[in-house]
Design a protein. Structure first.
Length: 598
């Protein structure tokens, strides 16, 4: 093992900066004796690399903090890290590609090096674990070089030369949160002198081979069909409401720790005779759908694809969503829990897919449906995994009956994200709720309402029509003009303004179609084209679809039909006046158009 003084300075959070850190030292750690391999990407790797090349690295990279047992020497800690690198092919994997191209293969090195930065202190701040967490989080900044960089950025924080914490940032192309938890568990086992059994789960290349098999391809195709059914028929955005227009993509972390919640969840699960994870998921979906004013809850469940033993403890990125769609139009909570079990299993079975084909399908369906699919609700229950992400969340010394604490702002591409870290002896959930939709008091009320729902379910069956009274969480307020269009909430006024802006400011009138047997309600757009433009229904639809991402959540959904007329009527606010205008051309904008002779 060679050492060298590193040039990089340590990232600091002023609130947790130690008083006397020494200059960081950088150790180069060599490993050898592994197998060299090469092959295609896994579906999860391809999915995450796509995100890595697009998203802010501080958002897409991961981090974790490993508490090092007292008395552990620095050499022992580094030797354990070297053992993990040799044990797990994912840590020796890079993704070669030419600049500007997307990687299509992975290469496993048999030997190589990685670096460990050591920062010694004569004194730690009052909260060493929280300080270590800020160091790990800061290391997420900067993209990993996929073609050459070791996927872990490791900083060991020592006190008087004795290791206390390992703060890590990781590349999401190689590890997800669950993989980091497995590494943490094995790191601690090695420091305790335990002999680790041979890995029981697939290495990334083995998983890639399984996915490429006939059975793997059939599974992927079935997943795409499952996703398409939901994306074609269910709400495209859970939180389509007037307040959504003010979102800026940033949300503060709100953490619940509650012994009350843990007791209630255990009692409700015992009474209903279903697993705690199922009861908690049902409660989450019920409250989200109630708050959003939706008949179903569509939520991503990312950790679900680790339910099979061959991938449960894989050190690999398996972050592919299960997409859960739960119809909440049932009379009571007990009935919903029983539905949740089957719906969740169905979602889990369909959580392996070709992400490129998935997004191609989503784009095609979006154009045909005239809507914008939003992954705006995410529920991540990592408490059910063999090892959890709990160490990455700063802990309080004692559990409270119900305690809520606020953390830092983060940029998230969702409206509502939850991590459940543990369910016993306390219910520990972190929530990021879009502040445009939830004031701080409403976010706190949502988590408190979740506990209240579990407490009511522990006592007896809860009518879902009583959720406002039981939880004190009310549904979204939309106003009388909002209407359901193709299973989605829409604002005709917002559609009019978006369409008019998309077609260069031409006068537009939006009319909600009259309900007809066998035909779901939709919108008809009348556009006064004038004589100086060659606008067609296809052009109008394409122009609006290009605008849709900018109007996420604000009630914009494309009309079913576009009717082009010469001039706006004198009484432009009246639908019957628009209907009497001479039609130039009309159609769906999605297929062959109908032309009218003038």
């Amino acid at each position: 093992m060679n050492s060298a003084v590193g040039k990089d300075t340590m990232h600091r959070n002023p609130a947790h900066t130690p008083r006397t850190p020494h200059a960081p030292r950088t150790f180069t750690v060599a490993y050898a004796g592994g197998d060299e391999r090469r092959g295609p990407l896994t579906m999860g790797q391809a999915n995450m690399i796509r995100c890595i090349l697009r998203d802010d690295p501080e958002h897409i990279n991961n981090h974790d903090v490993w508490a090092i047992p007292p008395g552990t020497g620095l050499d022992a800690a580094i030797d354990a890290l070297r053992t993990l690198a040799l044990r797990h092919e994912g840590l020796r994997t890079t993704f070669p590609h030419v600049p500007g191209a997307t990687p299509v293969e992975q290469v496993v090195a048999g030997e190589g090096t990685f670096t460990v930065t050591v920062v010694d202190h004569t004194e730690f701040p009052e909260e060493p674990a929280r300080y270590a967490e800020t160091v790990a989080r800061a290391a997420r900044a900067g993209r990993f070089a996929l073609d050459r960089e070791f996927p872990l950025r490791i900083t060991v924080l020592t006190l008087g030369g004795v290791p206390v914490h390992a703060a890590l940032a990781s590349s999401h192309a190689v590890t997800d949160g669950s993989a980091l938890a497995v590494l943490r568990e094995e790191f601690l086992a090695l420091l305790a002198g335990e002999e680790l059994p041979a890995p029981a789960s697939f290495a990334p290349l083995d998983l890639a081979a399984e996915e490429a098999s006939p059975a793997g391809k059939r599974k992927s195709q079935a997943s795409l069909r499952y996703w398409e059914r939901i994306i074609r028929t269910e709400p495209q955005e859970m939180f389509a409401e007037p307040r959504a227009a003010g979102a800026d993509g940033r949300a503060r972390q709100l953490t619940l720790r509650s012994r009350r919640g843990a007791r209630a969840l255990a009692a409700a699960a015992g009474r209903i005779r279903n697993p705690e994870a199922t009861v908690l998921l049902a409660a989450w979906c019920a409250l989200v759908a109630h708050r959003a004013g939706q008949d179903s809850c569509v939520t991503a469940v990312p950790t679900s694809n680790r339910f099979h033993p061959t991938i449960a403890r894989s050190v690999n990125t398996l972050s592919q969503d299960a997409l859960l769609c739960l119809d909440v139009r049932v009379p009571s909570f007990d009935t919903l829990v029983r539905k949740t079990w089957g719906a969740a299993l169905n979602a889990y079975r369909h959580s392996q897919f070709d992400s490129v084909r998935l997004w191609e399908m989503i784009g095609r369906v979006a154009g045909e449906r005239g809507s914008h699919f939003a992954r705006d609700v995410v529920f991540n229950d990592v408490s059910v995994l063999p090892a959890t992400l709990l160490s990455a969340a700063p802990q309080n010394s004692g559990a409270a009956e119900l305690d809520l604490t606020w953390g830092p702002l983060q940029v998230l591409p969702t409206r509502m994200l939850a991590f459940t870290y543990e369910t016993t002896p306390q219910l520990h959930i972190s929530l990021w709720a879009d502040p445009a939709l939830f004031t701080p008091q409403e976010a706190e009320g949502f988590l408190t309402g979740l506990v209240r729902l579990l407490e009511a379910a522990a006592e007896g069956d809860v009518p879902l029509g009583s959720l406002t009274g039981v939880t004190s969480v009310g549904p979204a307020e939309r106003g009388p003009e909002w209407t359901r269009v193709d299973g989605c909430w829409a604002s005709p006024t917002a559609v009019r303004d978006a369409l008019s802006g998309a077609v260069g400011g031409l006068p537009v009138h939006i009319e909600a179609d009259r309900p007809r047997a066998g035909s779901p309600p939709g919108l008809t757009a009348y556009i006064a084209r004038g004589g100086d433009t060659a606008l067609t229904p296809v052009g109008a639809h394409e122009a609006l679809m290009n605008k849709l991402p900018a109007h996420g959540g604000t009630g914009v959904i494309a009309p079913r039909r576009y009717v082009l007329v010469e001039h706006p009527p004198a009484e432009a606010h009246r639908s019957d006046a628009w209907r009497r205008q001479q039609i130039i051309e009309e159609g769906t904008g999605r297929s062959r158009q109908v032309r009218h002779e003038r």
